[in-house]
Design a protein around this ligand. Structure first.
Ligand code: F6R
Length: 599
């Protein structure tokens, strides 16, 4: 995780870097730092500390002309979040400064072998990189010293390096962790996410693994060069910067999460516009054939995206008749199941950067299997490295808790399952249009949910129960509530609760039941009675067709297959308003980061 930004150009570097770090804060926000060159004194300044970017912006002095700098926002992996462990880090003589996103696996071995006498100032793995660079720079050119270091380090990294002896240059390299370069005639920006480049670049390039980049200024020109680790030039094609600034603002909402919840009907409509044109699907034939010709689909994902994967499994098995399994990415990578002949691997990831998935993708590619990524970020690593990818078109998702990307993923999975199906069970365009309207209805009425949860979700624990598709929504609903409100919440198959966990039900424990499937509605109602008999405070979310007069949240009816797209909306609002009433940091919950680029 972590986010990095570097700049060399005509603008004030600290402005570009601090604004960029704010946009990257979703990647980690326990400490931060900045390092920049002061024109007037030809000196370098470092500010770093535990805390958020607002601290870095508000509590330090930037009244200096400066055009070169690097910055970092951290999600701690090695060592506590404190000033010492914050980036930048420095080489032994302090000649080189570095910011790093990633994990160096062999840092102990490298330290022992090459720089045993160097005393590190922090507990981080990063210091080994910058010290090795200075160690090799005594005999090699800077570029050679960095490339030699890169050839030795194992693990993931996106790096920015500044040599205090040259304020007209900046160096960068990447492996596994994301890094992009933004190009404009008046300056070059490097960052972990395209969002930090938007205002400063006309074109950009997602940098490939094991690439080394030098950025330099000469005669008022700002240029870059890319080579691979052995020094062979790499000549990528820059992409046009096509991200709109408004898409990454809060747009008048108090939190990104609320904005993103409210955007979900338009995400469904946008996916319909993109993939269902005049009633026909425009998903590339090559992708459709992959699904039609496979014996088994293996969905690999993590967290919320994995919950979308479960819904996808239901769709592929019930609509397309293709056996499908869902795997937790971090388990699949090292505990691989028996794979049938002719499998198809589907990676689902909002960010397209999740390291657990990347490890699986690399393994599956080694085995020669076919792969497709479903992601919100078309320039991401997983999109680039799979055989094919499908874009979710949810627009930038900034809140750490994923909402609209989930809805986008489920919509795409429904669409894929439908296209691949030999017999179309309904008119998907029509049914998705109804879904968007039903979502709008819940969102328009969100104040009701605000009032409903105000006094109800005050206990330490909470349960979501449901069956079938509703069970999958319960898993997602529970994750959302726990990650932003810190109420320990479990999503349970309603019928399973009595096999042990019901022991936790006591007076006043909230149990939220979801009922959207007619054929199992009565069974779930029986489970509701069981928990009520033991004192649970029950909230029922039901579709109109299966609702009772006493139900708390009644939703418009939609096609039974597509109910997860509607039932999830009140659960996201329950999570949002509970966290709001508890005074939690909704968009940046503790200990988390949006893009999980460490395994
Ligand atoms: C929860 C959440 C996470 C992510 C998970 C995978 O709200 O966002 O559980 O779903 O970290 O991330 P992606 O989808 O980017 O691979």
């Amino acid at each position: 995780m972590c986010g990095i930004v570097g700049y060399l150009g005509e603008k004030k570097a600290t402005d570009v870097i601090l604004a960029g770090l704010e946009k990257l804060e979703y990647r980690g926000y326990d400490s931060c730092g900045i390092f920049f060159h002061v024109e007037k004194t030809n000196d370098f300044i470092t500010y770093k500390d535990k805390g958020r970017i607002s601290h870095l912006i508000n509590d330090f002095n930037y009244k200096f002309d400066n055009h070169l700098g690097i910055g970092h926002t951290r999600w701690a992996t090695h060592g506590k979040p404190n000033r010492e462990n914050s980036h930048p880090h420095f080489s032994f003589s302090t000649r080189f400064a570095i910011v790093h996103n990633g994990v160096i696996e062999n840092y102990r071995e490298l330290t022992a072998k090459y720089i045993p006498d160097v005393e590190f100032a922090s507990e981080t793995d990063t210091e080994v990189i910058v010290n090795l660079i200075e160690h090799f720079a005594t005999e090699l050119s800077i570029e050679e010293a960095i490339r030699k270091t890169l050839s030795l380090i194992e693990g993931s990294y996106a790096l920015l390096i500044v040599d205090k002896q040259n304020s007209n240059a900046m160096y960068a390299a990447k492996n596994k962790s994301p890094l992009l370069i933004g190009i404009a005639p008046n300056g070059i920006t490097l960052a972990s996410d395209v969002m930090a480049l938007v205002e400063h670049a006309e074109t950009y390039i997602p940098i490939e693994d094991k690439t080394f980049v030098s950025v330099f200024a000469s005669d008022d020109k700002f240029e870059y060069a890319m080579v691979d680790i052995i020094g062979v030039p790499v000549i990528p094609k820059p992409l046009k910067m096509d991200i709109v600034l408004e898409d990454i603002g809060k747009g008048g909402y108090s939190h990104y999460m609320l904005k993103e919840i409210c955007e979900q009907p338009s995400v469904v409509r946008k996916i319909m516009d993109k993939y269902l044109v005049n009633g026909n699907t425009v998903i590339p034939d090559a992708i459709v054939k992959l699904f039609q010709n496979t014996n088994r689909i293996y969905i690999v994902a993590a967290g919320t995206s994995m919950h979308a994967g479960y819904v996808g499994k239901y769709y592929f098995e019930h609509v397309s008749m293709i056996p499908t399994e869902v795997f937790i990415a971090s388990e699949f990578a090292y505990n691989q199941p028996l794979i049938v002949d002719n499998p198809l691997f589907v990676f689902i990831s909002q960010s397209g950067e999740t390291a657990d998935l990347r490890a699986c993708l690399l393994r599956v590619k080694e085995l020669g299997h076919k792969t497709i990524t479903i992601t919100n970020v078309p320039t991401s690593t997983l999109a680039r490295e799979a055989d094919h990818f499908l874009e979710i078109f949810a627009g930038p998702e900034i809140a750490v808790a994923s909402t609209k990307a989930y809805v986008g993923q489920v919509t795409i999975l429904a669409l894929l399952a439908y296209i691949v199906a030999k017999r179309k069970p309904f008119d998907l365009h029509l049914e998705l249009s109804k879904v968007a309207i039903a979502m709008d209805a819940v969102i328009d009425n969100r104040e009701y949910i605000d009032n409903l949860v105000k006094d109800k979700l005050t206990k330490r624990n909470c349960f979501y129960i449901g069956r079938g598709l509703d069970y999958y929504t319960c898993l997602e609903a529970a994750l959302k509530l726990k990650e932003i409100s810190y109420i320990q919440t479990e999503g349970f198959a309603a019928g399973e609760l009595k096999h042990g966990t019901i022991a936790l039900i006591e007076d006043g424990i909230p149990v939220i039941a979801i009922i959207s499937q007619a054929h199992i509605a009565n069974n779930t109602r029986a489970n509701i009675r069981e928990v009520m008999a033991r004192g649970a405070e029950v909230i029922v979310i039901a579709l109109t067709a299966v609702s009772d007069l006493t139900d708390d949240i009644v939703l418009m009816d939609v096609n039974e297959m597509l109910t997860p797209l509607v039932t999830v909306i009140p659960t996201q609002l329950i999570a949002y308003y509970s966290a709001l009433h508890l005074g939690k940091d909704i968009d940046k919950p503790r200990n988390l980061a949006k893009s999980v680029t460490v395994e």
